[in-house]
Design a protein around this ligand. Sequence first.
Ligand SMILES: Cc1cc2nc3c(=O)[nH]c(=O)nc-3n(C[C@H](O)[C@H](O)[C@H](O)COP(=O)(O)OP(=O)(O)OC[C@H]3O[C@@H](n4cnc5c(N)ncnc54)[C@H](O)[C@@H]3O)c2cc1C
Length: 490
Amino acid sequence: MTNKCEFPSSNASASDIASILKNAKTIALVGLSDNPDRPSYRVAAYLKEKGFRIIPVNPAIDQALGEKAYPTLVDVPETVDIVDIFRKPESVPEIVEQAVKIGAQTVWMQEGIIHNQAAERVASAGLRVVMDKCMMKEHKAAFGGSVADIPASLSENANSGPLDFSFDLSAISLEQDSQPDPQITYDLIILGGGPAAMTAAVYAARKMMTVCIITKDFGGQMGDTSEIENYMGFQMITGRELVGLFVDQVKYFKVPIYQGELIKEVRKEQQLFTTTLDSSTAFKSRTVILATGKRDRPLNVPGEKELTGKGVAYCATCDAPFFKNKKVFVAGGGNSAFTAVNDLLKVADRVTLINFGQGWQADKIIVETVKDNEKLHMLDNRQITAIEGAEKVTGIRLKDRATGEETTQAADGIFIEIGLLPNSDPVRNLAALNPAGEVIVDCHCRTNIEGLFGSGDVTTVPHKQIIISAGEGAKAALSAHEYLVRMGAI
Ligand SMILES: Cc1cc2nc3c(=O)[nH]c(=O)nc-3n(C[C@H](O)[C@H](O)[C@H](O)COP(=O)(O)OP(=O)(O)OC[C@H]3O[C@@H](n4cnc5c(N)ncnc54)[C@H](O)[C@@H]3O)c2cc1C
């Protein structure tokens, strides 16, 4: 058992966290939104109410919660104790360098943007790294929006300056015992941390199977979704709120979790599966559920990789506010591209939509919503051949596919919205995939390999949605249980 939080790169122990929070006065929130509906705003409001001095850091806003905003951390003219990051993982390393430069004491990363490499850099510079899940209750209270929801022992401190978080720390010991053990052969190993994986874990735990989860992070695509209106039981819920509720439910069943590393490969030998991680750590099981979902499809053009996080973005829901009064491009012609356009038109000066194909593939209703906006320029049958810029995006190189003519247009950024790729790499040498790379499953979530099940967006199941992934996760766990019973293994 370790005295650290469950994230491998958090170097703050339970008692450290209590003292960090007790002693901190100033918290800079990088990526804080000025929209009261956004989770970052609610966290900031909560912290302010608790007596912390909050400093918004966001080039797209002038102020939030009555406090002046600064474009970057290095512009903040006063001492910062904690840097709280609300940006996408790709932006984290740059923010961390700035945190080191200004001499902050602690970097606090939110669940969903955890970046272990950046965390290691923070630790090597002698700063504390706190991962958000170490402060689940504080976070939950902030997301729940009501200080009244905080347990009594916390509320007693509510008006006496920064909180005493000692109450919170008992929850951590539950997580400390819950790392999967490479010596055990599990009934089931679940790969992934999205709705499919988390639902499968709850179903497997309720069947009393020995089960663990291995994932890079928790939430999956749900964490990138601002508002969800089609998950039954909630008229509207933010993606991060729903992730929090799913995680709580998994924790309730004390499912061991290995988090923060990529799964490299799943192999099967003599009825046993071995799941190997990037670090070569390996776990054994009798069954496996692959629930690794999908990732953004890259354009694969020069400049894209180098400028990711410096103007190249993949999630308008997360990053649109950073393009206030800017010239921004969107690559794509389907629903996700038009959704990004819709978000960006609210903040940017000019939005140029570029589609490789002819016409637009999105639903008519969303095209109609934006097409007459005078800030929008729609160009189809164009190929993006390069993204230009040194420190940040300055231009987009375009080829007219009808005439062959090439031009460069000035730009501050580009959102790549050209679809998603299935994360089926760990089983590409084991299971049958369709031409799109999705794992082929039947209606019992069975793959062509006995004991290997698939669920959610990584599979051939149509209609990629949270409720469908959750349902498929449940089905896969029940099928795995049925398989083990039939084998006489449980
Ligand atoms: C911007 C956006 C908005 C959306 N809005 C909605 C909506 O409003 N309503 C709705 O129902 N659906 C919505 N969706 C779709 C929905 O989010 C997905 O269908 C759902 O999240 C899929 O769940 P999943 O568990 O199958 O996979 P994912 O959510 O993709 O989760 C996959 C998990 O596996 C992990 N993983 C992947 N590869 C590896 C690896 N090699 N090693 C370790 N871990 C790995 C990931 O870190 C992640 O935790 C939206 C999607 C996006 C991108």
